[in-house]
Design a protein around this ligand. Structure first.
Ligand SMILES: Cc1ncc(COP(=O)(O)O)c(C=O)c1O
Length: 505
């Protein structure tokens, strides 16, 4: 991308945000600038169409419902081909996060459970008491690993099954908003979170009219507690902490935040979407896990994803609360609708009972022993990878992560390293502020030889970048531009155009 504004980036970056937004608005009115953006958009459109739609030339494109149904054999055959094309990359361990278990026998088992319950809908608890049983037991089992019954005042911990981490977070934030409105009369609610808190909290703020106050990180990549404490005011409804946060895999100082929440009489949500099924077992295995769950008195809610390290199929998570009184603010009820009395615990109405069934089956089949073994394998692989990265002089690990490992470079363009890794099949996560890359280790990476392959490819990638710095036809310039462009409105437009591209047949 060769926008001339890159030349003025440093000056622009020093401008206060409202002035920058004003400059951006003015610039967009200048025909030459608009033409430049449109030209860039066209280039982006071509790149996106190429990378997002590899099947255009391979399978038929369908713009409308076929006049007559296609044969089921044909449909299944095409779908099997797509599956065969897409499976090897994650199956062989080239993907950061994404697929957390992936063993064929585990997948077959979950599929069998799904088939049995494919018609189930927890909304109809009278028709599907199995769904009710599964969901109540999922919540109870998950609460049990996050401190329920293990300390004073933890026996009332309760929750609901949701569709994923984002929904759990949205619901928790809505709950705090409604609770604070009723109990404290707060009409301009604020939540406090580190800059690294998952973007679902930004989404919640956007959806539910909350002000999200972002707290910078300390040198250790954890939320700066002193700044967080100062940020609490009479509109604050909750602090958010991560265990760990997605970007650098670092756990916020939750014990200190718990003390602040208690002192100020506000909520403390711990986002354990990534860590909820690793940290409790890592603690039992003797890893250095700081206190993070309901055993801390100030922790009032936790999000934890069964569809990540709980090894369930995609589409389930749990949102836990310290007590039922708080959970009531999540629930929706309608008493006067002509369609009858209506009550629903989460965002959706009808829900896929088969996913709850598969989630329950995953917890039951894995058992504590299975989670301990899985965690041990992941931590062992993480040690190998961390010491391998530490031995590469061009790289440095950010913070002190357990198994989600972010690395950066003072001497190389890390996005070019990322591009080189992509060329070698790896699907890693590009991060910014600071520019870095991470790998979230899963059971896929514990397969023999994967850690060694990762490190060998990383070393080769670094040599390739050193031999030809600046030479890339991958995503590095896009990442670099998106990370450094001072006009965030333009970056946002770019992302919306990517979504448009996704929905183009
Ligand atoms: C820490 C954390 N919280 C929340 C989420 C959101 O989860 P989901 O993608 O299931 O909505 C993620 C996803 O990676 C995460 O890492």
């Amino acid at each position: 991308m060769s926008l001339d504004i890159e030349k003025y980036e440093k000056i622009l970056r020093r401008l206060p945000k409202p002035i920058l937004r004003w400059v951006e608005k003015r610039l967009k009115k200048i025909p030459k600038f608009r033409a430049m953006i449109e030209a860039e958009d066209e280039k982006l459109r071509e790149t996106l169409d190429h990378s997002l739609k590899p099947y255009r030339e391979v399978f038929s494109r369908n713009f409308e419902i076929p006049k007559e149904g296609i044969s089921k054999d044909q449909i299944l055959s095409d779908m099997k081909k797509m599956n065969e094309l897409e499976t090897p990359r994650w199956q062989q361990g080239y993907v950061s996060g994404g697929i957390y278990h992936g063993d064929p026998s585990h997948i077959d088992f979950l599929n069998e459970v799904y088939t049995l319950h494919s018609q189930s809908n927890p909304l109809h608890s009278d028709l599907f008491p199995s769904a009710t049983k599964f969901e109540a037991e999922i919540v109870s089992m998950v609460a049990g690993i996050l401190g329920k019954g293990q300390a004073l005042d933890t026996d009332k911990v309760c929750g609901t099954v949701t569709s994923g981490g984002t929904e759990s977070i949205l619901l928790a934030m809505k709950t705090y908003r409604d609770h604070a409105r009723m109990k404290r009369g707060i009409t301009r609610p604020e939540i406090i979170a580190a800059t690294t808190a998952h973007v679902a909290f930004d989404k919640a703020a956007d959806f539910f009219g909350l002000k999200l106050v972002k707290i910078p990180l300390g040198a250790d990549y954890k939320m700066n507690v002193a700044i967080a404490k100062k940020a609490v005011n009479r509109n604050t409804i909750a602090i958010v902490a991560s265990a760990p946060a997605f970007p650098h895999g670092v756990i916020d100082p939750i014990e200190s935040l718990s003390a602040i929440a208690l002192e100020k009489g506000i909520g403390l949500h711990v986002d354990c979407c990534l860590g909820g099924f690793v940290l409790p077992f890592a603690e039992k295995l003797g890893a250095p896990v700081p206190p993070f769950d309901f055993r801390l008195k100030g922790v009032t809610s936790i999000s934890i994803d069964t569809h990540k390290y709980g090894y369930a199929a995609k589409g389930t998570s749990v949102c836990l609360y310290r007590n039922e009184e708080l959970r009531h603010h999540q629930f929706f009820t309608a008493t006067d609708w002509p369609g009858g009395l209506y009550f629903s615990p989460t965002l959706a109405g009808s829900r896929p009972g088969a996913l709850s069934a598969a989630c329950w089956a995953s917890l039951m089949a894995t058992g504590e022993k299975g989670y301990l073994e899985a965690t041990q394998a992941i931590l062992n692989t993480a040690e190998k990878i961390k010491s391998g990265i530490r031995s590469i002089p061009e790289l440095k690990i950010l913070g002190e992560p357990l198994w989600i490992i972010a690395f950066a470079s003072d001497t190389l363009n890390i996005y070019e390293v990322l591009d080189q890794m992509t060329k070698r099949q790896w699907n890693l996560n590009g991060l910014h502020h600071p520019e870095s890359v991470h790998i979230a280790l899963t059971l896929r990476h514990t397969q023999p030889g994967i850690a060694e392959k990762f490190l060998a490819d990383l070393k080769e990638s670094i040599e390739a970048v050193k031999a030809n710095p600046g030479l890339t036809n991958g995503m590095a310039p896009v990442y670099g531009m998106a990370s450094s462009l001072p006009f965030r409105g333009l970056v946002s437009d770019l992302l919306k155009k990517t979504l448009d591209a996704i929905y183009r047949v």
